[in-house]
Design a protein around this ligand. Structure first.
Ligand SMILES: [Zn+2]
Length: 210
């Protein structure tokens, strides 16, 4: 098994969930702080910014560290609010208006339009910001979060069945039977643990899967 657990292997199916998953790796309950480069890479990976824009933004921590710091702080606020809201939805408890404030603030200051874009294999609907200001980089994420909150928890919002794993995903499978953030990571861990339980010890399970 590949021990290097990249988030590339995890398909959360929704932009807001991919964003909330950003500080976590599969099977690890501990979050790490989001860096500027990680944020820029995320925006670029998700097609929110172009390659050229991403290269410009990478150096912003040198040319305008204040602006980069402000955006990271806004991103973390948005991320934290959405994380609390999604977990509350999963546990069927009330979503606090304060958690949704960062989403609403972002929706208020953004103007833009949707546009169909061809990514080489399929058409997808993208949000295009009207003005090229930094906080609008988070607009598409906020909108995705708003849509999921408005949709409610009874459709496909799910959390990985590994209790140590914080990763969320949107289960769009036909019968809503997806259990794991990734079959290859947490799914496999569960299989190894079940094997160990049946065969009396982790040592044997490790040897079996080595
Ligand atoms: Zn997991």
């Amino acid at each position: 098994m590949n021990t290097r657990e990249t988030k590339g292997a995890i398909n959360a199916n929704r932009l807001c969930l991919e964003f909330v998953n950003l500080p976590y790796t599969s099977g690890d309950p501990v979050a790490h702080a989001t860096s500027w480069l990680e944020l820029v890479e995320f925006l670029s990976d998700k097609g929110i910014i172009s390659q050229t824009r991403s290269e410009e933004l990478r150096t912003l921590t040198e040319s305008d560290p204040g602006a980069a710091g402000t955006l990271v702080a806004q991103a973390e606020r948005l991320m934290r609010g959405m994380e609390l809201a999604f977990h509350a939805m999963l546990e069927d408890v009330a979503v606090q208006p304060a958690w949704l404030k960062p989403i609403n603030e972002m929706l208020q200051v953004t103007e833009g339009h949707d546009e169909l874009q061809w990514d080489g294999t399929a058409w997808s609907l993208r949000f295009i910001a009207k003005y090229d200001q930094l906080e609008w980089l988070l607009a598409a994420i906020a909108r995705s979060g708003a849509e999921l909150v408005a949709e409610g928890s009874h459709k496909g919002l799910s959390r990985c069945s590994n209790k140590n794993c914080q990763l969320l995903f949107y289960d769009d499978s036909k019968f809503h039977r997806r259990k794991w953030c990734s079959m290859a990571l947490c799914g496999n861990r569960s299989k190894v643990a079940a094997f160990a339980r049946r065969h009396g010890g982790r040592g044997k399970a490790r040897a079996h899967h080595a």
